[in-house]
Design a protein around this ligand. Structure first.
Ligand code: DX5
Ligand code: ZN
Length: 228
């Protein structure tokens, strides 16, 4: 368990059935989701295209849980106001897409959202050293961003401990998210490494017994590892 922040499950809507998105959000909320993760892809920063502010606005109408918006887009500053207005609670931008990261994070804060940075598997933790004091969330990508259902990269785990130490030195109560390939096999190692926000798409929304079973299986795995 992390020293700072509560362990939270953040189902990722990318794996939901979009023809029944409202129902699925409500089902996940009733089954104990703590927030929802919304993946925004532009076909440029990542090869895939997903959804935009309209979907965030629609989901905002069916749940009061926080909406955690993950911008996998170039020039994210062009769209931060639109996602904030659509009801995002937190907005994370990619380190690799922001030449003026400090300014972009300030913009997110000015829009009234919690500010986050996501880092690709190849990006070192050290690159966040100068901005960690401005961060509410660090999303340590555990796959290369762009698609759901990919295989977890265990080599990303060592960055979590480095980031926890870096935040601890500054007494910063930052949330550390893991995003990609989190399931019953990988979730305990991510939490043991120091992650406290677990973004999970496929293992929840495409669980053969349904969404509630997906959430229950993750929680029971965490309980069995004495970290739930
Ligand atoms: C990947 C996205 C993830 C994705 C995770 O680019 O950032 O949030 O939805 O999905 P799973 O859990 O299926 O790997
Ligand atoms: Zn994501």
């Amino acid at each position: 368990m992390s020293f700072y922040n509560k362990l939270m499950l953040a189902p990722s809507l990318l794996a939901a059935d979009f023809t029944r998105l409202g129902e699925q959000v409500q089902e996940a909320a009733a089954a104990g989701a703590d927030m929802f993760h919304v993946d925004i892809m532009d076909g440029r920063f990542v090869p895939n295209i997903s959804m935009g502010p309209l979907v965030v606005q629609a989901v905002r109408r069916v749940t009061t849980l926080p909406l955690d918006v993950h911008l996998m887009i170039v020039e994210p500053e062009r769209y931060i106001p639109a996602f904030a207005a659509a009801g995002a609670s937190s907005i994370s931008v990619h380190l690799e897409a922001c030449p003026h990261l400090h300014r972009t994070l300030q913009m997110i804060r000015d829009e009234g959202c919690r500010a986050g940075v996501a880092i690709n598997p190849h990006s070192p933790a050290l690159l966040l050293h100068e901005v960690i004091g401005m961060l509410d969330i660090i999303n340590v990508m555990t796959v290369n961003p762009g698609f759901g259902g990919q295989v977890f990269l265990p080599e990303t785990m060592s960055k979590i401990a480095q980031l926890r130490a870096m935040a601890g030195d500054r007494h910063m109560p930052v949330d550390i998210e893991v995003d990609g390939g989190i399931n019953q096999e990988t979730v305990a190692s991510a939490v043991q490494a120091g992650a406290n926000v677990l973004v999970i798409g496929t293992a929840i929304f495409q669980h053969p017994q349904g969404i509630a079973a997906g959430i229950r299986d993750i929680r029971s795995t965490l309980d069995a590892s004495l970290i739930g």
